[in-house]
Design a protein around this ligand. Structure first.
Ligand code: 4NP
Length: 155
């Protein structure tokens, strides 16, 4: 069965699209695109249908990582998908998801998998503008996440 990985943030225009793009590239480079399906969504509805934030698009372009996704809001179906990993950017996202949908067996924060930082939450660059720092954190977390998924699923 295909493993689903869904990255979640608030707006689905800054952090989770960045993680979606970075992780997709890692999955492709590992030759696992048929085994692992990558997507992202926001808990909020403000930006549905929009392209990723210009700051996210700029940082991804600087690192030669493609992304063409449009923002969408998470649904109950996303949370019921079997064999899925739900990867939130911060504790607020986790709280919102649990309040709205109840617990999920594989609901994590991305930085639970990071090894190079003591941050637990990916800070929101929507207000700070620090997209490169977010990229470094996201890349760190995505590396660890892929290693974990490979180990847990024998890939
Ligand atoms: P994101 O950033 O959750 O990383 O996509 C935000 C995007 C939009 C808003 C907040 C955070 N907003 O308030 O519209």
């Amino acid at each position: 069965m295909t493993i689903q990985v869904l990255f979640v943030c608030l707006g689905n225009i800054c952090r989770s699209p960045m993680a979606d793009a970075v992780f997709q590239q890692m999955v492709d480079e590992a030759g696992l695109h048929e085994q692992i399906c990558v997507d992202s969504a926001g808990t909020g509805s403000w930006h549905i249908g929009e392209k990723a934030h210009p700051g996210t698009r700029r940082v991804l372009a600087q690192h030669a990582i493609p992304y063409n996704g449009r923002a969408r809001q998470i649904t109950g179906t996303d949370m019921q998908t079997a064999n899925s990993y739900i990867i939130a950017m911060d504790e607020e996202n986790v709280t919102t998801l649990i309040e709205r949908y109840g617990n999920h067996p594989r609901l994590y924060r991305l930085l639970d998998f990071a090894t190079q930082t003591h941050e637990n939450n990916v800070p929101d660059p929507y207000f700070s503008g620090n997209f490169e720092y977010v990229y470094q954190l996201v890349t760190d977390g995505c590396r660890g996440l892929l290693a974990t998924i490979r180990a847990e699923n024998g890939l």
